[in-house]
Design a protein around this ligand. Structure first.
Ligand code: MEV
Length: 301
């Protein structure tokens, strides 16, 4: 039997634009998915979604992990602190923890780079399009700037975010595949409009690096607010996401924005220790579910 855990993540900058090769900054957070695997007579996958065998409707990511490694029959149990379809990287954390646990159980000899690479391939196969960000951050942990490359992402670890991270969950399911598809349609119709927006988001990530390294969260927050407006502009916002964002800002957050694919899912706000509780309660008053968390240096364990 083998157990692995992997973290979820938030984006400070760059979701969607990263699919077009632009830089993104994301951070692992202290919400984790734990996967236990054991050799068995038949393959079963048990999670909060139910218990199935290989099943591409209920458990597409985990089914693909098992099949891609060509391992014998296994029982897999998934426990997650990360809500599914929330933009916090639940699928990447489940994929990386599953690959990590299978790697231990069957002594496949994969190092972290190989895990991240396989995880990215699985996300791409299941979703149709995926940047390496979610699977990379879930594997390596930390606060990371990523430039997706043709073969492999170029990444650098930054100073770990050391203020509070307040998540606002709309509790509305969001499909990354669908949202990425909607942005693709806009990009195909209006490349002259969408490309400069992606370039501006890339600049936010570039300008954000020194502010993160200095721990200047006031500036990071200002840049996050700009990114939120741009995400709204490319059609991945919603009235509820903006309500949670404005509630967080009004309660003293340094900045707040959508995190992940958008449409529904979550917002992220940065706040210092004194303001975090007020930000969380403003998010709850605005109809969201708030979680106060921190960045995690640890990736897959
Ligand atoms: C989803 O967490 C982030 C997106 O940029 C998609 C991706 O990077 O694969 C929307």
């Amino acid at each position: 039997m083998a157990t692995c855990t992997a973290p979820g993540k938030i984006y400070l900058f760059g979701e969607h634009a990263v699919v077009y090769g632009k830089r993104a900054i994301a951070s692992a957070i202290n919400l984790r998915t734990t996967v236990t695997v054991a050799e068995s007579d038949q393959t079963t996958i048990a999670s909060s979604l139910g218990t199935t065998g290989i099943d591409y409707i209920v458990h597409p990511y985990i089914s693909r992990c098992i099949e891609s490694l060509s391992v014998p029959a296994v029982s897999i149990k998934i426990d997650s602190e990360i809500p599914v379809g929330s933009g916090l990287g639940s699928s990447a954390a489940a994929v990386i923890a599953t690959l990590g646990a299978l790697n231990h159980e069957f002594e496949l000899g994969m190092d972290k780079t190989a895990l991240a690479r396989s995880g990215h391939a699985i996300e791409r196969e299941v979703q149709g399009a995926a940047s390496p960000t979610d699977t990379f951050v879930s594997t390596m942990g930390g606060t990371v700037v990523i430039t997706p490359g043709a073969s492999q992402p170029v990444s650098a670890k930054l100073r770990l975010i050391d203020c509070n991270i307040v998540i606002g969950d709309t509790q509305e399911f969001s499909s990354t595949k669908e949202l990425v598809g909607n942005v693709r349609i806009l990009h195909e119709r209006y490349p002259a409009v969408m490309n400069p927006i992606f370039d501006t988001i890339d600049s936010l990530a570039e300008i954000g690096v020194p502010s993160i390294e200095k721990g200047d969260y006031r500036s990071v927050g200002e840049l996050m607010n700009i990114d939120h407006g741009l995400l709204d502009a490319i059609g991945v916002g919603s009235a509820k996401l903006s309500r949670l964002v404005y509630a967080a800002r009004g309660a003293g957050a340094y900045g707040a924005k959508i995190t992940g694919a958008g449409g529904g899912g979550c917002t992220v706000a940065l706040a210092d220790g004194a303001a975090a509780a007020a930000v969380a309660s403003a998010i709850e008053d605005a109809g969201g579910r708030a979680t106060i968390t921190e960045a995690s240096e640890a990736g897959v364990l």
